[in-house]
Design a protein around this ligand. Structure first.
Ligand code: MRU
Length: 356
């Protein structure tokens, strides 16, 4: 088996009009690359977390909507645009929380909107370019976040992370794991503590795999052991990714993240959130306004077990994400620098200076 880092998480196979994804629902036991040509397959891949992690979902959606555009045969701009919008809305309905999905699809729509006078064939070429650009940019963004994150830690540090915000969640490097991967390239050695991340086990199946395969000193723990490893003095910093950051710096990330932040504050451990600006939603004022996805109860009661592990019919609540209030966050690391409180003001300036 080749090292997992040599696989592309998400890519375009233009010759075969297919979206290629490394099927994350099969990891770590099987490495399977899926070649998806149908919109229903792409929608399902996002919903079932075969491709997952906010940036990777965005890239998959951009490629997906380009593939949809390739199939629209009408030569009239208005018919093309109408069908494009239907395809966009369909992919946007796959998952509600990670803003990168909508951000990437909006970027693709802007291409269509900006060129009403071009022949549809030329618009398709521009959509192709934009989808590739979104993927390529993600590599630069993650690498840069890695460099900034690395400046906050030192060789030998103990780092705790939750869920998977690694290469498997992006085009390359990851966000929360980018400082670790970039640090490794430079000869740093960190001790990683990985929350297993119930109920879908992104920590155990993906993060532990990605790090361990890459030679990082990796210790897997159950989610309820984080307090103990912090108390033991083994954690110098927490790094997590995010699915959406509100304009006031509240962060929405994998369920359990807010608990980790509360514990980090208790033990006086810095809590860093790695956030590409594509994940920052300046149109959402505060975290409580973010739509949190609720997923099927079977993910808690049955998945991973040989037989159901709870009484049949018991009520189950399965939110996929939670909100970490901005006062628990030491810094938000973006590709344009490290943002510290007051978040509302600094994020506004960051967008003013870097996004037009
Ligand atoms: O449900 P998932 O696995 O898509 O959730 C992923 C996360 O919560 C990640 O931490 C987040 O998307 C950041 S990935 C760089």
């Amino acid at each position: 088996m080749e090292n997992i880092m040599s696989y592309k998480t998400v890519d375009l196979d233009d010759a075969n009009s297919a979206l290629l994804i490394l099927n994350q629902s099969k990891l770590p036991n099987e490495i399977e690359v899926l070649s998806l040509t149908e919109q229903e397959e792409i929608h399902k891949a996002i919903y079932l977390l075969q491709v997952r992690g906010a940036p990777a979902i965005g890239v998959a959606a951009a490629i997906g909507v380009y593939l949809a555009a390739k199939r629209i045969e009408d030569d009239s701009y208005s018919v093309f645009y109408e069908k494009f919008k239907a395809a966009k809305n369909y992919l946007a309905s796959a998952r509600p929380t990670a803003v990168n999905l909508f951000w990437a699809l909006d970027r693709m729509e802007t291409v269509v909107k900006n060129y009403p006078n071009l022949p549809v064939s030329k618009i398709r070429d521009l959509l192709h370019k934009e989808a590739i650009k979104i993927r390529e940019e993600d590599i630069w963004v993650c690498r840069t976040i890695g460099e900034y994150g690395l400046s906050l830690i030192k060789d030998g540090d103990g780092i705790l992370t939750h869920c998977n915000a690694g290469q498997l969640a992006t085009a390359k490097y990851g966000t929360a794991l980018a400082p670790i991967h970039v640090g490794r390239e430079k000869g740093y050695n960190f001790k990683l503590f990985v929350d297993e991340t119930r109920p879908l086990l992104q920590g155990a199946r993906l993060t532990a795999f990605e790090l361990y395969e890459n030679g990082v000193d990796t210790t897997l723990i159950c989610d309820n052991m984080a307090s103990q490893v912090m108390k033991n003095g083994w954690i110098d910093a927490v790094f997590v990714g995010c699915d959406r950051v509100a304009a006031n710096g509240d962060v929405c990330n994998k369920i359990g993240t807010s608990g980790v932040a509360i514990m980090a504050k208790h033990y006086n451990i810095p809590f860093y959130v790695c956030a590409p600006t594509s994940t920052i939603d300046m149109n959402t004022e505060i975290g409580t306004k973010i739509h949190i996805e609720e997923r099927p109860p079977e993910e808690i009661s049955e998945m991973w077990y040989k037989e159901p592990m709870s009484p049949k019919g018991v009520k189950i609540y399965n939110p996929a994400f939670d909100i970490t209030e901005n006062n628990l966050i030491t810094a938000i690391i973006t590709e344009y620098g490290i943002v510290q409180p007051p978040y509302e003001e600094i994020l506004k300036n960051l967008f003013k200076n870097h996004k037009t």
